[in-house]
Write a protein that binds this ligand. Sequence first.
Ligand SMILES: Cc1cc2nc3c(=O)[nH]c(=O)nc-3n(C[C@H](O)[C@H](O)[C@H](O)COP(=O)(O)OP(=O)(O)OC[C@H]3O[C@@H](n4cnc5c(N)ncnc54)[C@H](O)[C@@H]3O)c2cc1C
Length: 492
Amino acid sequence: MPNMPIETPVPPVQAPSPLASPTRRALLCTGTGVALGAALAPVELVHAASPPVAPAAPWAAPAGNPPARWQNWSGIQQCQPKRFLVPRDEAALAQALRDAPTGPVRCVGAGHSFTALVPTDQWLISLDQLSGVSEMAPGKDTVLVQGGTRLATVSRLLDAVGLALRNLPDVDVQSYAGAISTATHGTGMQLPALHADVVGLRLVTARGEVIECNAQQRPELLAAARVSLGSLGIITQAQVRVVPAYSLHRRVWLEPAMQLLERAPELARKHRNFEFYYLPFTGYAAGIAHDIDTSGQVLMPHAADEDVLRDLRRLRDWLSPFPALRRKVAGWAIDPDQREEAKNRAWRLLATQRPTRFNETEYHVPQEVGVACAKEVIAALEKRNDVYFPMEFRFVAADEAAWLSPFYQRASCSIAVHAAVGEPYDYLMSEIGPIFRKYQGRPHWGKLHDLGAAQLAALYPRWSDFLALRRELDPQGRFLNAHLRKLFGETA
Ligand SMILES: Cc1cc2nc3c(=O)[nH]c(=O)nc-3n(C[C@H](O)[C@H](O)[C@H](O)COP(=O)(O)OP(=O)(O)OC[C@H]3O[C@@H](n4cnc5c(N)ncnc54)[C@H](O)[C@@H]3O)c2cc1C
């Protein structure tokens, strides 16, 4: 074994979201949650609903010495790497890659992907020590983000100098490099995914060489590397476009599901960020809109996400054999006139916390077929009486920025279906996946899907260009684990 001062036996602690903020889903649920909670509370005394199984910590040292076991956020992806490395800087990372075995060397961010992108039985590398944002100053339009920086940290540091990321996903615990590597996105008809704001990258290749790419220097590498699943190199830095810090006004309301579904495109055109959650077996959906707010007010209602999930689960636990009755009770418990509003800095409203763990699939379909696709997904979900998690529907703008972006040259609707940890989730791929594919859906790289190279090649116009560049940069396939080999059709 080479001398590795960068190696540490201590597993990294997953950074908690620094702020216990009320959330989009909380507001969704404050209305429904209060009503459902009040209606269902007495029944709880009789029926003890089984709580979801809590997965172990992402890094769990087994009895005895390391190597530690790794698992993703939901616990379904696991591995026992021979070595776990946390390089202290880019030079140490490059040295490590020069010394690395030929077997899969994988990089991990916050472990928030559901697909098997991370597992390796060889070396696992974390950039937790390469964290921070520099080149920041009021009025600047780009900053330099270290690859391991968590999104929450990026937002806080930017806010301190009056800057912000243009949009955010549903949670902000991801590492910046991990987030862009799977094309992580938020919602907004005019807002592209995070990687579209990356104007330059610095990577360490499988040979341990440091390379840079931007509009002037290797622009084709930039287009490939923005969304690259950790397969081209390890991203140590990103030059990122930012905007002046902004505040948002959030409005949440309930509406009959099919009515809101039909109105969704119009609402997405009207509001900066619009999305909705379909509440299974209730007949209702919750619309959530965010618009720029210049009032300077701060309004943060109490978060109630967990209450609503608990109530939806109770309804399922007690009444799943009787769907008509389940719907009736839900209709009686929900007060559709309830509204919620919040005002605050954008990053405090857009990202949220997820105490209840789940598994998830998400596909991105062309915007013009989003509503039709969602209707079919809802019909399929309501054939399964065990479903209770809300289905999420978002809008994402097209980009030309990245060859493997699911939004490449395609404005999209993103439709996500969840299943609580400890409950069956295969149906997300076997029953819901084919509906997405019928509508030319491209899967979220970090969320459950079972597509292989042939299907992916048909969905991505620059697929073969990406594969050629990957082979050039990593001819030995050092970065490839079994999942990536399947995606890229690499058998050797
Ligand atoms: C609760 C929850 C909420 C979510 N919400 C959203 C959402 O709103 N929108 C959305 O689009 N997605 C969402 N996701 C998915 C998540 O954003 C992506 O899976 C994201 O990639 C996770 O980032 P991470 O830091 O955990 O990366 P990991 O899951 O650890 O890794 C993801 C990929 O990035 C690679 N990688 C990590 N670091 C580097 C690096 N430095 N250089 C090169 N490659 C690297 C890894 O090798 C891997 O291929 C959510 C996931 C969860 C669990």
